[in-house]
Design a protein around this ligand. Structure first.
Ligand SMILES: Nc1ncnc2c1ncn2[C@@H]1O[C@H](COP(=O)(O)OP(=O)(O)OP(=O)(O)O)[C@@H](O)[C@H]1O
Ligand SMILES: N[C@@H](CCO)C(=O)O
Length: 316
């Protein structure tokens, strides 16, 4: 998996015809991914990706389409919704909202090095600089308020030590919520993990999966990325990769004193976000043929981030 909605060749041909991109040569469901159905599509005029939106906020699709148009216009390596000859971007196929996007070159990196992390930091700064002057508003559906609302009900399924870990983290989030929300804002990717970035050799060739994108504190985006790109097997952060990511970012946008102060809190909040969302996904998809990521990984990261308060290098 995960192709939740299989497609017949004839329905795909009818869907693709209005793009005027030539005959369908081949198509193939993509196994990776856990939220939507994705297909590689080979047409006479090039290579594309078709996404059927299976779940999540369908009413927000115009936001994602507009954001990707802005980023494409700013020359960031992102997919964007292709238009039909009648200028339609958002369409329907097999009863699901459907988008056709260019296929970006490159491969996912499993073991990131400091160079990869520098590329990611630079890309993230470009995203924030391209949007902070005219932010497209969308509240995250996995933001601090969601964590504070969802945490207590997830705690009912946890053991005593885990409840105490989560409770401490939620107390910190509640205490610092207003200060975090007052940090400098832009549009965020909000899910910048290794499996959402493509590298062509040493060059970052694409960032995909914007379905968590929102408006919010830029530092939160960095915390999410650092927790995945710079992590060691024991959950600690690797100094060289962390410095490379943050240095590349701060060359383009300097951190503020408030950001330096709130960095350890944001690192922990980003752990809580994925610990909770993975617990929810593990329960919702139990027994199904869907990729489920391990919630315990983010519990371990949170434990580590509570033991070690990490400063923000390159602050000010
Ligand atoms: N525009 C694109 N260009 C190249 N490959 C793509 C593109 N879009 C998606 N892919 C491939 O399809 C896979 C699944 O896409 P994606 O991560 O968006 O799935 P998802 O189910 O929406 O997300 P997730 O499981 O991360 O929430 C990616 O890992 C990538 O290999
Ligand atoms: N990147 C997320 C899954 C998609 O939001 C995770 O690792 O839990």
């Amino acid at each position: 998996m995960s192709v939740f909605t299989p497609l017949e060749r004839h329905e795909l041909e009818a869907f693709l015809a209005p793009y005027g991109l030539g005959r369908l040569k081949d198509f193939q469901g993509i196994a990776a991914g856990s939220e939507n159905s994705n297909f590689f599509i080979s047409l006479e005029q090039g290579e594309y990706v078709l996404t059927l939106i299976e779940r999540g906020p369908a009413q927000d699709l115009p936001f994602f389409i507009e954001l990707l148009d802005v980023l494409h216009g700013a020359r960031l390596a992102v997919p964007y919704a292709l238009r039909t000859e009648r200028d339609e971007a958002l369409r329907e196929l097999a009863g699901k909202p459907a988008l056709l996007q260019p296929r970006l070159p490159g491969k996912h990196v499993t073991y990131a090095n400091a160079h990869h992390c520098g590329e990611v930091g630079r890309w993230l700064a470009c995203l924030h600089l391209a949007t902070r002057g005219r932010i497209l508003e969308r509240k995250s559906d996995r933001g601090l308020d969601w964590m504070l609302a969802e945490g207590p009900s997830q705690a009912l399924r946890l053991g005593d030590a885990e409840v105490s870990l989560l409770r401490d983290a939620l107390n910190e989030i509640a205490a610092r919520r207003d200060a975090v929300l007052a940090l400098p804002r832009a549009n965020l990717h909000a899910d910048l993990f290794r499996d959402n970035v493509l590298f062509d050799g040493n060059h970052l060739s694409g960032v995909i999966d914007f379905y968590n994108a929102c408006a919010g504190p830029m530092l939160y985006d960095l915390a999410i990325a650092v927790n995945d790109w710079c992590v060691e097997a024991d959950g600690s952060l690797d100094g060289a990769r962390t410095r490379a990511l943050l240095a590349a970012y701060s060359t383009l946008r300097h951190f503020t004193p408030a950001e330096a102060e709130l960095w350890p809190t944001l690192l922990r909040a980003a752990c809580v976000r994925f610990w909770l969302s993975r617990l929810i996904a593990a329960e919702a998809f139990a027994g199904q043929d869907v990729l489920i990521k391990d919630p315990a990984e983010y519990r371990r990261l949170l434990e580590q981030r509570q033991r070690v308060d990490l400063g923000l290098p390159f602050a000010l």
